[in-house]
Design a binder for this molecule. Structure first.
Ligand code: PMP
Length: 352
């Protein structure tokens, strides 16, 4: 830390992203990326856009937002696009939380939520999940703060129903509820419809997972006009050209290729079912994940040992040190072939 660093950030512990190793060819199952390349339409559009990079990108992302509006049957004014959904989430923390309105989210969830809170000088409450990692909806009734729920939840993959989330939205009419649907395309119910009915809900989605564009960085929020307007005030006060032209073009391309996305999601779901079946045979305990990842622990073999040994054998998964989940590993669903190798390596470890 330099002597110039503002004291208001002295306690800030930055988010630690999953490893992106450059040194060795791992089977990379640690950051919930898609095993499939981007849609050919996305690649073609991004390449075209590269020829015009001397120009700034459209600060209103009009072509992209129009496409998203068509897809979700909302007006363009109901959508904000961002540099990854992380940026949209950050805007939501900054716009809708403060000293009087804390952020509220589960104790096991996306690790960036506490960091957004700390960076924004926002108090936050970590609501314990039940023993089985499910959310008790009652914990969020009249919660008295801005609620952030990843659905399906990060790490565990456990989802709430739309009806349960609607109950939460309805019981907090004077607070905003942010539903982070980063993994929704792999089996959960989307809450986009709720944004048409309630003025206090924001649905955030990303093209990083089901649409194979993690490296492009494109996320978006859907909500009533006023909530979008508030987040745009922050966007236009920090970085109006927040989405680069190639990413915008790629995102438009992938939206014109919905069959490709659909097929890839179905393949991931099928491979998830195969993987879960094989892991159960090996004695692993798993949450009921409807994401593109599974969350597993073995009753006899230490979680960190599994992570380290898999890594030494060329398979990278995600291990967390937080006490409640330190026996678990989160494993992204890769291609069928990658998962077969992962299972083979695990067999060697568990049956040693
Ligand atoms: N929300 C959740 C629950 C996530 O796991 C992630 C990915 N790390 C994000 C949001 C952010 O995704 P991105 O910024 O790539 O859109």
């Amino acid at each position: 830390m330099s002597r110039f660093f503002s004291s208001k950030y002295a306690q800030l512990t930055p988010y630690v992203p999953g490893e992106q190793p450059q040194d060795q060819q791992y089977i990379k199952l640690n950051t919930n990326e898609s095993p499939f390349p981007p849609s050919p339409k996305a690649i073609a559009k991004a390449s075209e856009a590269a020829k015009r990079l001397q120009l700034y990108s459209d600060p209103d992302a009009r072509v992209l937002i129009r496409k998203l509006a068509e897809k979700f049957d909302v007006a363009p004014e109901n959508i904000i696009a961002g540099n990854g959904s992380d940026e949209i989430l950050n805007f939501a923390f900054l716009a809708f939380c403060d000293k009087e309105t804390p952020a509220i989210f589960p104790d096991v969830t996306y690790g960036f939520y506490p960091v957004f809170s700390q960076a924004g000088q926002i108090p936050y409450v970590e609501m314990p999940l039940r023993e089985d990692f499910t959310i008790d909806v009652k914990d969020y009734t009249k919660a008295g703060g801005t609620i952030f729920i990843a659905n399906p939840n990060a790490h565990t993959g456990v989802a709430l129903s739309r009806a349960d989330l609607e109950g939460i939205v309805r019981s907090n009419p004077d607070n905003v509820v942010v539903i982070d649907e980063a993994y929704v395309d792999f089996g959960a119910e989307s809450c986009v419809e709720l944004t048409k009915k309630y003025d206090n809900v924001i649905v955030v989605q990303t093209m990083s997972k089901s649409r194979s564009l993690a490296g492009a960085r494109l996320g978006y929020g859907i909500a009533c006009r006023d909530l979008i307007c508030d987040m745009n005030t922050l966007r236009n006060s920090t970085n109006p050209y927040n989405i680069n032209a190639m990413t915008m073009a790629a995102a438009v391309g992938v939206l014109e290729d919905e069959d490709y996305t659909q097929d890839n999601c179905e393949a991931v779901i099928k491979t998830r079912e195969y993987t879960v079946g094989e892991l159960r045979k090996l004695g692993f305990e798993l949450t009921n994940s409807v994401g593109n990842f599974i969350f597993m622990k073995h009753p006899q073999v230490d979680g960190e040992y599994i992570y380290e040994t898999l890594k030494a054998r060329g398979v990278l998964v995600r291990h967390f040190t937080k006490a409640r989940i330190c026996q678990y590993n989160r494993v992204t669903i890769g291609s069928r072939q990658q998962m077969e190798i992962f299972i083979e390596k695990l067999k060697e470890i568990v049956n040693r």
